[in-house]
Design a binder for this molecule. Structure first.
Ligand SMILES: Nc1nc2c(c(=O)[nH]1)N[C@H]1C(S)=C(S)[C@@H](COP(=O)(O)OP(=O)(O)OC[C@H]3O[C@@H](n4cnc5c(N)ncnc54)[C@H](O)[C@@H]3O)O[C@H]1N2
Ligand code: MOO
Ligand SMILES: [Mg+2]
Length: 410
């Protein structure tokens, strides 16, 4: 059987990072930056006041105390955005607001709270050190400095930085369009009644939303039955709209597992067994004239979920322009035993990971969440981690220290 690592690297070989596009700032939210961004001007661009108060020469108010305040004439009023006051003479001051340009001649700002708030003259009760309440030009960013590097995901903080350096649009990698198609004759749309032998379809909903949470455009193509004709027609149609097609179901040994036969006809897709539990039957390749990458996941719901995190996420990262990165991994102490894990396959058990302040160098506990069968979905919602049981390990007592992969936060 093939290793998990080999399967990830095989999948990464069939997907590629797209050419960057220019997007308006708000549309760029959630995408990955494709260019280094530098500040064209210093930030702040000019010396300015950090407080509402009076721009003074520190020397003029050096003797001010509550008992003997210093009174100065107010020769100008400087709101934010007003650069008309170029300088103040010695022995005078200007009323100034937060963010307003500091006039030449002034070297300190006295907050209004230290004064009587006068308009024509002001009485200052406290001395200000030179530089008090002044934000110097370039004290945030010097001119020409790189403020963002390529490969970062653009969230609100990055948007703030981009806007603050004057960018209205940026070069980013387009969000991958991920089309999800489930297969299975037994499937029924949720909301419709189910008959004997039928179940409600869930994988395409899970996979579509997981792709969206990973920053992609996710399209649920719904599901098709197990007729080769139907699967073929639907996959062909999906290809026109996809940078990646994810299928669920129909990849194991069953007589009606048609995904295999259909995709082999449409392109170069390999179907293999990966040494993992759950998620053993896997496929990947490219299909159609445009060689659209396809990843075929097993139909068992938990297998599809775990496979998404192990095999699809790395592909989505590459296609999004992100650097490769594993799920965050911590060491945790098991709160319940692992009774049996298949020899030769690495198990991923969904678990509840908790911080353990008393744990010393093992700072987490992990409690396997619910029943662990590939069809047993119910424990998934409470799980926030996958506990890794290595290939050669078949059981683990309570208290064993294990590796736990943290699932993306919701
Ligand atoms: N003889 C063998 N049988 C099976 C093997 C094997 O090696 N030899 N592997 C087992 C393993 S492991 C898995 S995992 C599954 C994979 O099956 P398929 O990918 O072929 O998926 P299906 O047969 O279509 O369905 C499996 C299971 O999952 C349910 N399912 C499928 N799609 C959905 C969906 N969209 N929403 C909810 N549930 C879904 C389906 O009803 C089946 O119960 O094969 C084992 N068998
Ligand atoms: O490998 Mo399957 O995913 O055990 O159910
Ligand atoms: Mg099957």
């Amino acid at each position: 059987m093939k290793s998990v690592e080999q399967h990830v690297s095989d999948i990464l070989a069939v997907v590629s990072r797209p050419e960057p596009i220019e997007l308006d700032l708000l549309r760029a939210h959630g995408t990955v930056l494709a260019e280094p961004v530098a500040a064209e001007v210093a930030l702040p661009p000019f010396d300015n006041s950090a407080m509402d108060g009076y721009a003074v020469r520190a020397a003029d108010v050096a003797a001010a105390t509550p008992q003997s305040p210093v009174t100065l004439p107010v020769v100008a009023d400087i709101p934010a955005g007003d650069s008309s006051v170029s300088a103040i003479p010695a022995g005078c001051c200007a009323r100034i607001m937060t963010g307003a340009p500091l006039p030449a001649g002034a070297d300190a700002v006295v907050p209004v709270e230290w004064t009587d708030g006068g308009v024509a003259t002001v009485s200052v009760r406290r001395a200000a050190e030179p530089g008090n309440a002044i934000r110097r030009a370039g004290s945030d960013v010097v001119k020409g400095a790189e403020v963002l590097s390529p490969g970062v995901r653009i969230g609100p903080a990055e948007i703030a930085v981009l806007a603050a350096v004057g960018r209205r649009s940026v070069s980013v990698y387009p969000r991958p369009r991920v089309v999800v198609l489930a297969t299975g004759e037994e499937l029924v749309e949720p909301g419709q009644p189910i008959g004997p032998g039928q179940i409600w379809e869930s994988n395409s909903f899970m996979l579509t939303t997981a792709a969206i949470e990973a920053g992609c455009e996710g399209y649920r193509y719904g599901f098709v039955g197990d007729s080769p004709h139907e699967v073929l027609a639907t996959v062909k149609d999906a290809l026109a709209h996809a940078d990646l097609v994810i299928t669920s179901g129909g990849v194991s040994m069953g007589a009606y597992d048609v995904v295999k036969q259909v995709l082999q006809r449409l392109g170069t897709v390999r179907f293999e067994k990966v040494a993992v539990q759950p998620g053993m039957p896997q496929g990947y390749g490219t299909v159609g004239e445009n060689r659209v990458p396809v990843i075929t996941l097993p139909g068992n719901p938990v297998s599809a979920y775990v496979s998404f995190h192990l095999f699809v996420l790395p592909a989505l990262r590459k296609m999004s322009g992100l650097p490769q990165e594993q799920l965050p991994s911590v060491r945790a102490r098991l709160l319940a035993p692992v009774v049996s894990s298949p020899r030769g396959r690495r198990s991923y058990l969904r678990a509840v990971l908790d911080y353990d302040a008393a744990g010393g160098d093992v700072a987490y506990t992990a409690l396997p969440a619910g029943k662990q069968g590939s069809h047993q979905l119910s424990g998934l919602a409470e799980a926030n981690a996958l506990v890794v049981v290595p290939e050669q390990v078949t059981e683990l007592p309570v208290g064993s220290v294990v590796e736990a992969l943290q699932l993306p936060r919701r």
